[in-house]
Design a protein around this ligand. Structure first.
Ligand code: ATP
Length: 242
């Protein structure tokens, strides 16, 4: 099966001159169509930077991104839904109006707005202003925005932030559901138990390098694996200044 997303030697340097920070030094991801891929790594490892490059929010310093087998191009963003850091919301607009702005840009019907509101369980508060939403509700609305165009690839950066335990469980089930319906999901998380339950494959970034990537076998101890990869990275010195 072909890859929905592949990166080759992806690199990102922030800053210039003497103040250079190599946040991503060598990341080669292989993400198959229809799978849930969990991207893990300690704080500052380079996960968000990698996801931002995939979603066109940052330009790579070097390397390649391939989407559905071709070199990544701007138009691919119509097929990539993302929720990275804070959801991009207009606080003075209602949830439904926030979605309508995006739907209009994408040429989608109002019907789709109600569908995604229902998916994220916000149908009852669709007419409430986003600025008055709780953190978890804002996350849900951000997810609804990402889902609007029925993306082929959904990129979620720590999507459980702000969600209550029930919300976390629901999101996990939803992510499995998206994958079952054919959407590829790339999700970063620090909650290893959640990733263990929902991911088909995992990649572990350590100091800007993809230190591990493989299918996740049922019953595999992800926490032990994660600790081993990080310990090994630390022992070998990790070539990148964090
Ligand atoms: P976390 O798990 O804490 O969210 P992360 O794996 O997502 O971390 P990144 O946010 O990608 O890590 O950051 C990787 C490195 O790049 C860090 O050392 C960080 O300080 C640095 N960095 C991130 N954004 C910038 C920026 N805009 N300018 C300079 N350095 C940055």
């Amino acid at each position: 099966m072909g890859y929905m997303l592949e990166t080759r030697g992806l690199r990102k340097r922030y800053g210039r001159g003497g103040d250079v920070q190599e946040a991503v030094a060598d990341v080669g991801l292989h993400i198959q169509e229809g799978e849930v891929y969990g991207l893990l790594g300690p704080n500052g490892a380079g996960k968000s930077t990698t996801l931002k490059m995939i979603c066109g929010m940052l330009r790579p310093t070097a390397g390649e991104i391939l989407f559905a087998g071709h070199a990544w191009r701007r138009e691919d963003l119509y097929s990539i839904g993302s929720l990275i850091e804070e959801a991009p919301l207009y606080p003075n607009l209602t949830a439904r109006e926030n979605l309508r702005v995006r739907a209009t840009l994408l040429g989608l019907s109002d019907e789709r707005i109600d569908e995604v509101l229902s998916t994220v369980d916000l149908l009852g508060v669709g007419d409430k202003r986003a600025g008055r939403f709780s953190m978890g509700m804002k996350q849900r609305l951000g997810l609804a925005l990402a889902l609007l165009p029925r993306p082929r690839l959904l990129v979620l950066d720590e999507p459980t932030n702000g969600l209550d335990p029930i919300g976390i469980e629901e999101l996990r089930d939803q992510i499995r559901g998206f994958a079952a319906a054919g959407t590829t999901v790339l999700v970063s998380s620090h909650i290893l138990s959640e990733v263990q339950q929902m991911a088909d494959s995992v990649g572990i970034i350590y100091r800007g390098h993809l230190a591990y990537e493989d299918r996740l076998n049922p019953g595999e101890d992800l926490e032990a694996l994660f600790m081993d990869v990080c310990r090994e990275g630390r022992r070998s010195g990790g070539e990148v200044a964090a």
